[in-house]
Design a protein around this ligand. Structure first.
Ligand code: ING
Length: 317
């Protein structure tokens, strides 16, 4: 009986961090940057390139728009559309898949419009194999002029319905977006679907107006939650920033590729367009999923009822 070594399930992944996108930058100018990063990643042996949240435009929820016509310009009505087709074409030509975050405007058959903060996973043949609508929308819904800048995601987007996964790149892939990464439920719901690699784009200002005392911990909190999510669910996590001073708002970088151990194996060190690359062995998930986080063997679901039966906390009298 010939010994057949386990064929490792490696995915060579690039976290493709973006520097600022100006309000006046056109889709064409941004797509050019994305293609440049994708080509560099391909040249360095990557088959999957992960772009940030809202990677086609500036982070427009930082402003209050009274009317929707100015606002609508930030959304994509089709994906790919004429301006993003070149990215899909180049990626397919190079045999590289990618994750792309963007603002999505869809219209139901009855004409109802829906606006989502969306992320898609595109495979090496250019097929969209997973589409995700951001569940945890931070910030506020009304104009709050006291803030140095707004954070109107609750006004400009609807929350998504859940966290799905898809088989691609030889494993089980999942998507989340920005604020989602701060909530342990995000990782666990995908962990319960056997996820092995979660891609999370983010646009995170250094300053958080309601809690300025947290500002100096913004990078610590960024890595803390993704490292915990990775370890507690035995999955890789790829976190990718839109960073730098964007329209006067300082945003953290810190893009990182995190192993199921919780260790950071690659990270960006600038706040511009930058690649962090790692050869990710998806089978490194196994020892966590089969031991300390063997959900079937260890979870005590009867004790977890509050997690889905209530929203806010109810302290004792
Ligand atoms: N941005 C931020 C994030 O969750 C935020 C919002 C900033 C929350 C700082 C808490 C502290 O990373 C988005 N886009 O969700």
């Amino acid at each position: 009986m010939r010994y057949c070594a386990r064929m490792p399930r490696f995915v060579n992944v690039a976290a493709a961090q973006l520097g600022p996108i100006a309000r006046t930058d056109t889709r064409a100018q941004v797509v050019k940057r994305l293609i440049e990063l994708l080509q560099q990643a391909h040249a360095m042996g990557c088959t999957l390139v992960v772009f940030p949240e809202l990677a086609l435009t500036t982070f427009f929820p930082r402003w209050y728009f009274a009317s929707s016509n100015e606002l609508d310009a930030f959304y994509e009505r089709e994906m790919p559309g004429p301006e993003t087709q070149p990215l899909f074409d180049r990626a397919r030509q190079l045999g590289v898949g990618f994750v792309l975050g963007y603002a999505e405007l869809t219209t139901d058959d009855d004409g109802t419009e829906h606006r989502f903060n969306t992320s898609i996973l595109v495979d090496q043949q250019g097929n969209i194999v997973l589409r995700y609508h951001k569940v945890h929308l931070p910030g506020h819904a009304e104009h709050e002029p006291w803030r140095r800048f707004q954070h109107l995601e609750k006004r400009y987007f609807e929350p998504g319905r859940g966290f799905g996964v898809a088989r691609a790149f030889g494993g089980v892939m999942g998507l989340a977006i920005c604020n989602d990464r701060r909530w342990s439920e995000t990782y666990r719901v995908m962990g319960l679907q056997g996820v092995e690699m979660i891609h999370i784009g983010y646009n995170t200002p250094v300053h958080n107006p309601p809690a300025p005392e947290h500002d100096n911990l913004s990078m610590f909190h960024n890595h803390l939650v993704m490292q915990a999510g990775a370890y507690q669910n035995g999955t890789w996590v790829v976190g990718v920033a839109k960073s730098g001073c964007e329209e006067g708002c300082e945003m953290i970088g810190g893009s990182a590729i995190i192993a199921p151990s919780g260790e950071i194996v690659a990270a960006c060190t600038t706040t511009g367009d930058e690649l962090a690359i790692a050869r990710c062995d998806l089978d490194l998930c196994n020892s966590y999923k089969r031991s300390v986080f063997n959900f079937e063997a260890h979870r005590q679901v009867h004790a977890y009822g509050r997690i889905t039966s209530q929203t806010g906390a109810t302290p004792p009298k």
